[in-house]
Design a protein around this ligand. Structure first.
Ligand code: URA
Length: 216
């Protein structure tokens, strides 16, 4: 399936991404979270253009209008921790969506095969549904791949979207290989990935910037 690099064309998303990457502006945690939320809204809007719609009729004060409405609510699944501010924006866009949560922790930083453990899942039934999996920083791709595989105990989705703010080339390839059915929407693709699994230039640790450092 396709990879959509939404930031390849200048838009409000590229403006928001510029602010998120800026180390001076990152010092304002509230602004960082707000921008993550805005990016979540804008990327969710891009995905909305690819969803199924139905014709419907609504009465306006002046007559009858034929309108297009979403055929079904998607399920948004946020990968904790940084996924949550991103999720807040996606929930603004899809305010009727069902929402699930998955926690994926990195347990080793020895090489690119960073070990990721999935240990918390709270998701509705996914069988036959449209699922949008949210991970702002798609670094090695392991969090997305392992989270999705763990989610499948709740049924096989009909369609899978992956929504990321920044992906590394390496992570993107890994996800395309393991989840070829996924339609991937990403703000930007960066070339490098460090041995500790950080995207370069990236923006740093999105979870720490949004919520505070866990270590040290
Ligand atoms: N997670 C982050 O927050 N940043 C990275 O660069 C990689 C993973």
């Amino acid at each position: 399936m396709a990879v959509h690099v939404v930031g390849d064309r200048p838009s409000l998303l590229t403006q928001v991404l510029a602010e998120l990457r800026n180390e001076k502006l990152q010092k304002d945690r509230h602004r960082f979270r707000w921008n993550l939320q805005r990016a979540g809204f804008l990327l969710a809007y891009e995905i909305s253009r690819q969803l199924p719609y139905l014709d419907a009729e609504v009465r306006t004060p002046l007559g009858q209008a034929t309108v297009k409405v979403l055929a079904e609510p998607p399920i948004l699944v946020s990968i904790l921790r940084a996924g949550n501010a991103f999720l807040a924006g996606a929930m603004e866009a899809f305010d009727f969506a069902d929402v699930g949560f998955v926690a994926a922790y990195r347990t080793e930083h020895t090489n690119r095969e960073v070990e990721v453990q999935v240990d918390y899942l709270a998701v509705p039934s996914l069988a036959g549904r449209i699922v949008i999996l949210l991970d702002p920083m798609l670094a090695t791709g392991s969090s997305v791949i392992l989270s999705y595989e763990a989610l499948l105990f709740r049924g096989q989705p009909r369609q899978l979207f992956i929504m990321a703010l920044i992906a590394s080339e390496y992570g993107l390839k890994a996800v395309q290989k393991r989840l070829p059915e996924a339609e991937i929407y990403v703000g930007a693709v960066d070339k490098e990935l460090t041995a500790r699994g950080y995207i370069v230039p990236g923006l740093g640790d999105a979870g720490d910037l949004a919520y505070g450092a866990l270590h040290g």
